[in-house]
Design a protein around this ligand. Structure first.
Ligand code: SF4
Length: 56
């Protein structure tokens, strides 16, 4: 299950660029998960600068 920890997210937009099918910006300017696809999210999980994304 792909999750974004909004307490950590700084809204950099990396995940939404790397995996636009999985992540979108929420109204608060932070990322949210719109498709629970751990494979598609893998690069974003590894690249998030604040390690806010988990995929179990
Ligand atoms: S890559 Fe990380 S910090 Fe950047 S928008 Fe996505 S969850 Fe937030």
């Amino acid at each position: 299950m792909v999750k974004v920890n909004k307490d950590l997210c700084i809204g950099c937009g990396l995940c939404t660029s790397l995996a636009p099918t999985v992540f979108e910006f929420d109204d608060d300017g932070k990322a949210k998960v719109v498709l629970d696809d751990a494979d598609a999210a893998a690069e974003a999980v590894a690249s998030c600068p604040v390690s806010a994304i988990t995929a179990e």
